[in-house]
Design a protein around this ligand. Structure first.
Ligand code: BJW
Ligand code: ZN
Length: 244
């Protein structure tokens, strides 16, 4: 049900944040991490998404990321991503995303803060140098830097700190925002999930869009149950009526 306070919040708001997770890219054909169709029903995160796993079996982890890179490259932004870009006609919008898939940028969003890195990036674990494209694997199936060091994906694994400047920028954007839309995230991974509590602390109006209930649903002032690719375009239409 549409709450009157939601309409009022849309009318009054100037700065907004979209805080997104893998569910927003599900309708682009990119599997989510958890849930029935989740990636990690087939691959265990503790075996693949941490540094020790990479050192133990770099070829396996490299193969897993290459497989996912291919999916991401073939995927297109869906109506959820595209509508978020269109919100920029009406508000100062910051996208804070846990996704590593580039789809917000490809949809046109101008301010995108990637909390968990970007799957297109790679860097050397020895000298730290960036390698955007990885061309050649060595005989053991791993990619190497000119210095001989192993190249790893530029994503944030379990046990690793999130990029401080980006996390800080996300907090600044949220602290200034009137509405925070929380879309397609299970809110199970910290510290990203803590941003919803942070938003509540700053009295932001919270809108959750998810196919399921999450541990953060109780914080939402307005909840939309269902697909982000359906609800976000519908909210945009409402904004057009209210502000157009
Ligand atoms: C739809 C939909 C549709 C579907 N429309 N909705 C307590 C406090 C603080 C930290 C911890 C803690 N306990 C443990 C920790 C540590 C750990 C953590 O959080 N673990 C939890 C699992 C318990 N966190 C960390 O390790 C982080 N670092 C850290 O804490 O540093 C400090 C430290 C340093 C040294 C030692 C120890 C700590 C780092 C976390 C990095 C997460 N990385 C990953 C992988 C990225 C690389 C890759 O892509 O491979 O990031 S994990 C994975 O989960 C990925 C995602 O960004 C992240 C969040 O998942 P997301 O996006 O929410 O997806 P799902 O699948 O979970 O949910 C999808 C949702 O969409 C569902 O709700 C669906 O219903 C919904 N949906 N279709 C709308 N069409
Ligand atoms: Zn190097």
């Amino acid at each position: 049900m549409l709450e009157k306070h939601f309409i009022d919040a849309l009318k009054k708001a100037r700065q907004i944040v979209f805080f997104t997770g893998s569910g927003i890219s599900a309708e682009s054909g990119i599997p989510t991490f958890r849930g029935e169709e989740g990636l990690w029903n087939k691959f265990k995160p503790e075996e693949l998404a941490n540094f020790n796993a990479f050192i133990k079996n770099p070829a396996l982890v490299t193969e897993w990321y290459n497989f996912r890179r291919e999916i991401v490259r073939k995927a297109l932004p869906n109506p959820g991503h595209l509508s978020i870009y269109e919100f920029e006609k009406f508000y100062d919008v910051t996208v804070v995303t846990q996704n590593v898939d580039n789809l917000h940028r490809r949809a046109g969003s101008s301010k995108v803060l990637e909390l968990h890195g970007n799957i297109e990036r790679n860097f050397c674990i020895s000298c730290g140098k960036d390698a955007v494209e990885m061309h050649e694997k060595d005989k053991s199936g791993v990619f190497r830097c000119e210095c001989g060091g192993l190249l790893r994906p530029g994503v944030v694994w379990f046990g690793e700190n999130l990029p401080t400047a980006i996390f800080d920028a996300a907090e600044v954007a949220i602290s200034k925002s009137d509405i925070v839309f929380v879309a397609g995230t299970s809110l199970q991974v910290y510290p990203a999930a803590s941003l919803v509590h942070f938003a509540k602390g700053f009295n932001c109006y919270i809108v959750e869009i998810n196919t399921e209930t999450t541990p953060g649903s109780y914080l939402a002032d307005q909840k939309f149950e269902g697909k982000s690719g359906v609800h976000i375009p519908a909210i945009l239409e409402l904004v057009k009526e209210l502000k157009g």
